[in-house]
Design a protein around this ligand. Structure first.
Ligand SMILES: [Mn+2]
Length: 323
């Protein structure tokens, strides 16, 4: 049986890591476990590898203690490496060499595309978030208000504020216990989820204006190219929420949002959202990415229209199988 507490007890040095371009669940779940270890076992050496999380998460305890995994960091062999919220090892980015070198490895995740890696893996694709899994795996009695805020943040981000179908009774029971710690959850949601800068709102507006509907309105897509990113001085995290907003269009089964990578022309990051009728994790996997049935992504080279054609073929196939 998988027992995280026992695995951690045996280790003197522990490294934790979430995925590249960390989202709310990646930041929340890793900081929750980081704060927990520091509280329960202050004698242990614990390092959290994570790309610098967005400023909107700076209310979380430990935010400033994150180690950005640069190539210049000296090699180190950890007793235990815990990879969290990532479906495959590539998503560890520059932290991967510490995973490879570690004496023991654990994977804790909820991505349906995850086939399992590490010496020990705990993968529950029915869980709302990795943060929910962390709640289940640690000693409940040791959770304090700071750990509660981390877990709460992860859950609300990965469930779209408890709205997506991955929200279960269990998720809500956990959330019920968390808010009893008495933090300002309304403010937390506003600050980390809803609030946008003026520039982010302008880009969202532009993405919507330039979107196209196709496949008889079953699909909606939009793209942000390099020139636009430079004009606004935007970085990828400024695009959060665009795919979700597109998906609110009545009648659509799939929304596709793409932006051009900053390192390479004609290389696009693609994110998709889908209704029950399409499984976008299959499409993402086919093109070398991953994710969940209703939200997944991948990277692809080509023109905007070529990429849309590739995706539409897959969507058509899935929809026709049902007819
Ligand atoms: Mn997640």
């Amino acid at each position: 049986m998988f027992d995280l507490v026992q695995l951690m007890e045996r280790a003197d040095s522990i490294a934790l890591a979430g995925h590249v371009r960390p989202d709310g669940d990646s930041v929340g779940s890793t900081l929750a476990l980081y704060n927990y270890i520091k509280k329960v076992s202050p004698e242990k050496e614990v390092t959290l590898f994570l790309e610098k999380p967005a400023e909107i998460y700076s209310y979380l305890k430990g935010y400033d203690e994150v180690t950005v995994p640069e190539d210049s960091l000296p090699d180190k062999v950890y007793d235990l490496f815990i990879a969290m919220d990532l479906g495959d090892l590539d998503r560890l980015g520059k932290a991967e060499r510490f995973y490879t070198a570690a004496r023991d490895t654990v994977c804790i995740d909820h991505h349906i595309s995850n086939t399992g890696f590490g010496n020990h893996s705990y993968i529950k694709s029915e869980a709302s978030s990795t943060s929910e899994l962390i709640y289940d795996l640690i000693d409940e009695n040791m959770i304090d208000v700071e750990i509660a805020k981390c877990i709460y943040t992860g859950i609300i981000h990965d469930t779209g504020i408890l709205q997506y179908s991955n929200t279960s009774r269990h998720t809500l029971e956990i959330v019920g216990k968390l808010i009893e710690f008495g933090f300002d959850f309304t403010g937390l949601i506003n600050r980390s989820y809803y609030e946008k800068t003026y520039m982010q709102n302008q880009i969202l507006g532009r993405a919507l204006l330039e979107s196209i509907l196709f496949m008889d309105g079953k699909c909606i897509a939009t793209v942000i190219d390099h020139k636009t990113m430079d004009f606004y001085g935007a970085v990828p995290k400024d695009f959060d929420g665009i795919a979700n907003q597109l998906f609110k269009t009545r009648g659509t089964d799939v929304s596709i949002f793409m932006y051009e990578s900053s390192d390479e022309q004609n290389l696009f990051k693609v994110s998709m959202r889908a209704s029950d009728r399409v499984d976008v994790s299959k499409i993402a996997k086919k093109f070398g990415g991953g994710g969940h049935k209703k939200a997944a992504g991948f990277s692809m080279s080509g023109t905007y229209h070529d990429i849309l054609n590739n995706i539409s073929e897959e969507i058509e196939k899935q929809l026709s199988e049902q007819d």
